[in-house]
Write a protein that binds this ligand. Structure first.
Ligand SMILES: NC(=O)c1ccc[n+]([C@@H]2O[C@H](COP(=O)([O-])OP(=O)(O)OC[C@H]3O[C@@H](n4cnc5c(N)ncnc54)[C@H](OP(=O)(O)O)[C@@H]3O)[C@@H](O)[C@H]2O)c1
Length: 445
């Protein structure tokens, strides 16, 4: 299948040129095409990925496109008058900077995921975009799929941030999590991480804290309007963390995480940016953010503490942020209100689910009189409705007093369990209305 949409007249389409069709570029192309029916509904225009640049034309890609859409000449895409918007997803600094500035000069807005570029040249690029009257969006550059930049700049606009901290690099978090949970050594987990494609070609970016430092610098700018030079950031990585350290931290009620920390002293307005391993008390959400996940904790002066966690990298999460930026850019260009519509999905697509379709496990507490065979009768009643019990416990009974029977079920559905409760209520020996709770499992919803 060719991953492209049929081109219509120019007023009803925005054509997108993607510089770099690797992990993030392919994800962006794929989801733009997958949702092609949706863009006209919310934007009044189609979003059409039209051309992409790569280093090697021969490389096998997971999405198939017309060979005419691929080029090794990124500049020709930037210059193409048919292309309205640019996504810079090639990485690197020098060429990405030049192409971005060139796009601005041509009056084209740019969406990027390139944290290294923004960290090094953000000041220059932001100014150039402003002067050219175009947008420059970079949600995907910090914490991948987590919409941290939007939350920081828009949702929490009334706040100052004395402290922002969190896990900004999923690879190092993956390594530390496995070392702690499995007792595996740093080099063992690093080998696995390489095989899984989690580690950047330049490993120091992940392991020495540099990638996290790029993101911390961007967050510091967004929160405090100051570009902190990378040389002024304390940057330590995870190479010196041993299994012994992880165990000792655990004994202290903590876990060791590689965190970016941005502090501002509001008395003298000094800002400190650092990336380093730290012992964090286990009850903090960031301490419990594991694997490749990222987590950012924002301490706002008005809202208090807000924590966002989620997938900080990977094809789909990062594409999600890139496309969110694209939608914002198009809204801006087309003068569409940035206030989302009250309902932005099709009002006819979905319909209410029936109780039979809602599955889960349940907890039931029954007050029963202590007569022989009571438990068997309850179990039969459940079995007749196809509900199997996972656990059964009974409080110790004294002097023929009523006893509490606590049952948990295996997977069943709301309809069957409602019928069971009605039957149990009428069962001789059940002394009051059964207490029913859902056992909520977000992984098995
Ligand atoms: N991967 C993630 O999860 C993630 C998350 C957040 C942010 N980011 C950022 O997103 C950007 C892209 O990352 P990625 O993981 O998608 O990288 P990637 O998989 O290495 O893809 C880079 C793409 O750019 C192309 N490219 C590189 N240099 C080029 C050049 N000079 N001219 C034309 N094409 C060129 C490559 O072509 P070939 O395919 O022919 O080599 C490849 O298609 C980076 O800035 C990265 O830091 C990535």
């Amino acid at each position: 299948m060719i991953m492209s949409v049929k081109v219509k007249d120019s007023s009803s389409v925005m054509r997108i040129g993607i510089l770099g069709l690797g992990t993030v570029g392919q994800g962006t192309w794929k989801h733009l095409v997958k949702n092609s029916d949706f863009w006209p509904k919310i934007l009044g225009v189609e979003l059409i990925p039209t051309r992409a640049s790569v280093r090697t034309l021969q490389k096998v890609r997971n999405i198939k496109l017309d060979p005419k859409q691929l080029s090794t000449d990124s500049q020709s895409i930037v210059d193409d008058p048919e292309i309205d918007l640019i996504c810079e997803l090639m990485g690197g600094v020098k060429e990405a900077r030049e192409l971005t500035l060139r796009a601005f000069a041509k009056g084209k807005s740019v969406v990027t995921a390139n944290k290294a570029l923004i960290c090094e040249h953000g000041g220059e690029l932001f100014k150039a975009a402003e002067e050219a009257g175009v947008s420059y969006c970079f949600e995907a550059s910090v914490a991948g799929g987590i919409p941290i930049i939007k939350v920081l700049r828009e949702s929490l606009v009334s706040n100052d941030f004395p402290l922002i901290y969190g896990i900004l690099n999923g690879t190092s978090n993956y390594i530390l999590t496995r070392m702690e949970k499995e007792g595996a050594t740093f080099s063992e987990v690093l080998c696995d991480a390489r095989e899984l494609g989690y580690v950047e070609a330049d490993e120091g970016l992940d392991l020495d804290g540099v990638d996290a430092a790029h993101k911390a610098v961007i967050l510091a700018y967004l929160a405090h309007g100051i570009w902190v030079n990378l040389d002024e950031v304390t940057v330590e990585g995870i190479r010196r963390i041993s299994n012994e350290d992880l165990k000792a931290a655990k004994d202290l009620g903590c876990r060791i995480k590689l965190i970016g920390v941005i502090r501002r002293n509001f008395t003298n307005n000094h800002v400190a940016v650092a990336v380093h391993p730290a012992l964090i008390p286990i009850e903090e959400t960031i301490a419990r953010t594991d694997g490749v996940h990222n987590g950012v904790c924002l301490n706002g002066t008005v809202v208090g503490t807000v924590v966002l966690t989620g997938r900080g990298a990977g094809q789909d999460p990062t594409a999600s942020s890139v496309i969110s930026d694209l939608v914002d850019v198009v809204k801006n260009i087309r003068g569409i209100s940035t206030m989302p519509k009250l309902v932005h999905v099709s009002p006819t697509l979905c319909s209410p689910a029936s109780p039979e379709e809602i599955h889960g496990r349940f907890y039931l507490r029954l007050l029963v009189d202590d007569r022989p065979g009571q438990l068997a009768k309850v179990a039969d009643c459940m079995a007749e409705l196809g509900i199997s019990l996972a656990t059964v416990s009974q409080t110790p009974h004294e002097n023929n007093k009523p006893a509490s029977l606590i049952l948990t079920t295996h997977q069943t559905n709301e309809h069957s369990v409602a019928q069971a409760v009605a039957k149990l209520e009428d069962l001789p020996g059940v002394m009051e209305e059964p207490v029913l709770f859902r056992m909520f499992d977000p992984d098995g919803y």
